[in-house]
Design a protein around this ligand. Structure first.
Ligand code: 13P
Ligand code: SF4
Length: 309
């Protein structure tokens, strides 16, 4: 069955001149049919490079929206339109507009995990890979409004030593679940293991980490580190790529506060092979964006890409 679906997807990609971009948190079988697998920064950059007629985005809605912002002349498809993100949803466009109005002289930095309406009100976007670099690109005397992830915001604030930074109070429900006491207990059982964490984790989890970074950063770090065992505090989908790249190393999932194992982002798992076939066959659901909003959002993403290099 899986083989049949994979063959049909390959056929549809050729027939329709389509590429599949997938995030590391998607299902293993979905990652296996992707033409490009990456973190949110790499996927945004890749979306700009492709000359395919159709981009099918296996991920959550804000990611597919980012691809459409950067490639307005391409048809961008998402297998399940309802694939949302708790973090992006914690920051609605209207509420963000009211918040911004309180800080008119602040430069607005938004994490890419936001809707296009929030990006359109942003001076410069960032991802978890480049957030520090983006914050440091703003002159020290210019105050910053950072949104929507409070954990990433506090993390870069601590690294940059920036005191003139206001942070929106949003969070990712998946990363918020990791338990610092559970990690400490696991560390006692595995004394040689290193802890790697995504900066969306609570500060007390990040404080225990030997390495903190984006999904791509975690993959690179585990690959080049001499350590053989890691406790991993990010969404469970990353294990496929960790194990593929480092078959000789052991990866242990960090425990959660509610005992959930594996700790998965349900929205990231909505894309299945069946839904990808259906989406490519029907060329729907398609992501569409109002042109004025798209242009404003594009400016903030292109600024990020310029600074990131
Ligand atoms: P990355 O930027 O590391 O890909 O993370 C995206 C995300 O959704 C994290 O929860
Ligand atoms: Fe959003 Fe969290 Fe899922 Fe990432 S893991 S897509 S931030 S809900």
């Amino acid at each position: 069955m899986v083989e049949k679906l994979r063959a049909r997807i390959e056929e549809l990609k050729r027939e329709k001149n389509a590429v599949i971009l997938a995030h590391y948190y998607t299902r293993p079988e979905v990652q296996a049919v992707a033409d490009f697998l990456g973190d949110s920064l790499a996927l945004s950059i890749e979306a700009r490079r492709t000359d395919a007629r159709i981009i099918l985005f296996a991920g959550v809605h804000f990611m597919a929206e980012t691809a459409k912002v950067l490639c307005p002349d391409r048809k961008v498809l998402i297998p399940v339109r309802e694939a949302g993100c708790s973090l992006a949803e914690s920051c609605q466009g209207d509420a963000f507009r009211r918040f911004r109005a309180l800080y008119p002289d602040h430069k607005v930095i938004s994490y890419v995990n936001t809707s296009v309406e929030v990006k359109a009100q942003t001076d410069i976007c960032c991802t978890s890979s480049n957030a520090l670099k983006i914050v440091e690109s703003i002159p020290a005397d210019v105050p910053i409004l950072f949104g929507p992830d409070r954990n990433l915001g506090r993390y870069v604030q601590r690294l940059s030593g920036r005191s003139n930074m206001v942070i929106w109070d949003g969070a990712c429900a998946v990363h918020e679940r990791f338990s610092s006491s559970g990690i400490l207990q696991l560390k006692a059982e595995h004394p040689s293991a290193q802890v790697v964490a995504h900066p969306e984790c609570p500060c007390e989890v990040v404080a225990l980490a030997d390495y903190t970074g984006s999904t791509a950063g975690i993959l690179d770090y585990c690959g080049r580190s001499g350590t053989k065992e890691f406790i991993v505090a990010t969404e469970a989908g990353i294990f496929r790529e960790l194990e593929r790249r480092c078959p000789e190393k052991a990866f242990i999932a960090a425990p959660t506060l509610d005992g959930r194992m594996p700790n998965e982002c349900e929205d990231m798992k909505l894309a299945t092979l069946e839904r990808i076939v259906d989406c490519l066959e029907r060329e729907s659901p398609e992501v569409t964006i109002d042109e004025e909003v798209r242009r404003a959002a594009e400016r903030s993403i292109l600024r990020m890409i310029e600074v990131h290099g």
